[in-house]
Design a protein around this ligand. Structure first.
Ligand SMILES: O=C(O)c1ccccc1NCC(=O)[C@H](O)[C@H](O)COP(=O)(O)O
Length: 425
């Protein structure tokens, strides 16, 4: 039975009616913008399952449920007052925009559900709309667990979602596709790692051009990405990883492009939080040879789809995992040639290089060898002993940022890391 007075206790709403239908109904009454709707504060847990929602009409008593809610009343008043002096009825352009927003919200909720079913804790979008927002004197969305990120990775993903939608508006996919004609050819990222491993007998190095990180803050004040990239190449790096996220890592696509245009020969990984295939095209035209796909963020179907697009674009994909469940999911996907084990938990920042060893023990290590997949040990590697430890565990490549980027001579940082000059091996 539906609890009419208290939305927070109505956990069985999902079996009674479709919230999305209700949203559309309310919108058609022209009373609400998405902001007003979001302030109804339907918690994520009480949302109906999109896979099982019934197509039914809404009995009048259930519509009244929202009318009786004091929160609802406040939302209506706030919305109407904030619209004072403006047309009460939305123009057709506005209603199309609103309908699109509602659709986007629905898709976001559906993505959250699919992801959760695969053990993914990161929600693609805030279930109750973006956090705290002020319109004039009114605060339309109160901060609650539905619109507050649970951890840094979720916060990054939510920001990325907004960032990518804005970028896409400015440069739609069709425009990027045309720009592909002028993109530089891609270089063989995986081949470069294999060659370095065979030549030196040590893991091939992916050296990271990283100015800052959420866990460590600013790593290097005098940050010249091109100079650092050249020093890495001279110091024996097989490939480079270039952070392009601006907000959390102080990176940029300009850095990636500048390194590529400066004639650095090492293949380049675009180190980005990819949530949309559009970003693959963008990375490609900015000079990337490889991209990062994070299993903690992307459901299997997204990974499969993105791997296909990568192949079409000539990009290599480094698929990153942190625990057994993610690793097993990724091992079940066809066509993956490069897997990274991140020793850093991106939700808590905890770093433990023992994760690489743990994940490569037993059956999984066997599958990796059978499939000839190159494993990359990522994060928290500082000493020759650390390198030897992950190599012993089974990696053929390592991805290193902090320990080398912080050195006054990053090239010298590489020989310190490996305990020898790897350009001579
Ligand atoms: O580094 C962070 O603080 C971080 C926070 C949230 C998401 C990702 C993050 N880092 C990405 C990486 O995993 C590292 O940049 C990369 O593996 C190199 O790690 P390190 O050698 O420890 O700098």
């Amino acid at each position: 039975m539906l609890e009419p007075e208290n939305p927070s206790t109505s956990s069985n709403i999902g079996t009674e009616f479709s919230v999305s239908f209700l949203l559309l109904l309310l919108r058609s009454l022209s009373l609400f913008s998405m902001e007003g709707l979001a302030s109804l504060k339907v918690p994520f847990q009480t949302l109906p399952s999109f896979s099982s929602r019934p197509i039914t009409s809404i009995p009048p008593a259930q519509v009244n449920f929202y009318k009786k809610s004091s929160l609802f009343t406040f939302s209506v008043r706030a919305q109407m007052e904030s619209n004072e002096g403006s047309a009460a009825v939305a123009t057709s352009g506005e209603s199309v925009t609103e309908a699109l927003k509602i659709k986007e919200w629905e898709v976001g909720m559906f993505q959250n559900e699919v992801a959760a079913s695969q053990g993914i804790r990161i929600r693609r979008r805030p279930p109750t709309g973006p956090p705290l927002h002020y319109v004039g004197p009114f605060q339309f969305r109160l901060q609650n667990e539905g619109n507050t990120p649970q951890n840094i990775l979720e916060e990054i993903v939510w920001n990325k979602d907004t960032e990518v939608s804005h970028l896409k508006e400015r440069r739609p996919l069709g425009v990027l596709k045309k720009a592909l004609a002028n993109a530089p050819p891609t270089r063989d990222f995986i081949g470069a790692l294999r060659a370095a491993n065979e030549r030196t007998g040590l893991p091939g190095l992916i050296a990271e051009v990283k100015k800052a990180s959420p866990s460590r803050g600013i790593l290097r004040e005098d940050f010249d990405p091109v100079e650092i990239a050249k020093a890495y190449e001279k110091g024996g790096a097989a490939c480079l990883s270039v952070l392009t996220d601006e907000k959390y890592f102080k990176g940029s696509f300009e850095n990636l492009e500048a390194i590529r245009k400066a004639g650095v020969k090492c293949p380049l990984l675009c180190k980005e939080f990819i949530i949309d295939a559009w970003q693959l095209y963008y990375a490609r035209i900015k000079g990337a040879d490889a991209v990062l796909l994070i299993a903690a963020v992307l459901p299997d179907l997204d990974i499969k789809y993105m791997i296909k697009i990568c192949k079409l674009l000539g990009l290599s994909a480094l698929v990153e995992v942190h625990d057994e469940r993610e690793f097993d999911r990724v091992l079940g996907i066809e066509g993956i040639e490069l897997i990274g084990i991140n020793n850093r938990n991106l939700e808590t920042f905890e770093v433990d290089i023992g994760i690489t060893k743990k994940l490569l023990e037993g059956e999984r290590g066997k599958i990796i060898r059978e499939k000839n997949i190159i494993m990359v040990g990522e994060s928290g590697l500082f000493t020759p002993d650390d390198i030897a430890y992950v190599q012993e565990a089974g990696v053929k490549a390592v991805l290193v940022g902090e320990s080398i980027v912080k050195q006054s001579d990053p090239g010298k940082g590489i020989s310190n890391l490996f305990g020898k000059d790897i350009t001579l091996s």
